[in-house]
Design a protein around this ligand. Sequence first.
Ligand SMILES: NC(=O)c1ccc[n+]([C@@H]2O[C@H](COP(=O)([O-])OP(=O)(O)OC[C@H]3O[C@@H](n4cnc5c(N)ncnc54)[C@H](O)[C@@H]3O)[C@@H](O)[C@H]2O)c1
Length: 309
Amino acid sequence: MPRNKVTVIGAGNVGATAAQRIAEAGLADVVLVDIVEGLPQGKGLDLAEAAPVVGHDARITGANDYAATAGSDIVVVTSGLARQPGMSRDDLLLKNAGIVRSVVQQAAKHSPKAILIVVTNPLDAMCHVAMTASGFPRQRVIGMAGVLDSARFRTFIAQELGVSVEDTHAFVLGGHGDTMVPLARYSTVAGIPITELMSAERVAALEDRTRNGGAEVVALLKTGSAYYAPAAAVFEMVESILLDRKRVLPCAVLLKGEYRTKGLFVGVPVVLGAKGMERIVEIKLTTTEQAAFDRSAGAVRELVEKLPA
Ligand SMILES: NC(=O)c1ccc[n+]([C@@H]2O[C@H](COP(=O)([O-])OP(=O)(O)OC[C@H]3O[C@@H](n4cnc5c(N)ncnc54)[C@H](O)[C@@H]3O)[C@@H](O)[C@H]2O)c1
């Protein structure tokens, strides 16, 4: 039986690190694609040459065109630009929308049955672009943000309480940005809500740090943004799909009335399995939580309305 095949578009920091994780776990053969000539081929070759030392047989190759990606089970989209000096957020939105549209159209043509995992920012808006460009059903267009945001929340909770990250679970809803909604009452250590383990002030401080998690790393790095944790998050989603694990993970998916939201990609807990997004897990939100969720969805809508029709 042939190994699964995963295409990673964008051989930059997030893309190459995700490719490394997927190949080194022996989960799938990986094709790295980038617009820069030589970059995906060079990184692909370097990663292939690590295989004898690491001890895996997954094939990892690089390409600038999409013929090599044909028949992929999963396509991860990380291609995009970072915001340059003088570039507004709206300029970035339109530039990355153009990139995501073009790469997804080409990838979908060669892998019509693939599941798309979108990573490029602004995340929720790029999911809309990817869905339109591919024509795929909502089960097969999934945005990565919630796994990363909740991993950050888990890290901060575990550090605060001096406990293992493994026993720490966190629940983050909403769009990927300042308006994300960390839900403390569903964030637990060994099943105990964190609201019983620390003061309301500390909970609020950790939620705030989670909201600014991406900016905190950017401020330290000065050039570039986080990629180890984002790549680990992509890996967790890819693994759940390829091994049909049915993990319950927070992902950006198109809502059709769930969480009182229609026609927008927003982060909610979903079951990830061989068919992609197999089910949305709905919970009843309090009035305050629903208001925060609506605000977050409103921020996504604002961006989507700026996209060309
Ligand atoms: N969703 C999240 O939680 C999350 C987390 C981290 C990063 N991101 C986003 O992921 C994206 C990638 O981040 P990064 O740090 O890897 O950036 P990066 O600059 O290191 O890599 C981006 C790559 O995309 C390539 N590219 C640009 N246009 C292309 C095209 N038309 N076709 C193919 N490749 C193209 C570039 O050449 C570059 O190699 C950014 O948009 C970033 O904001 C999202």
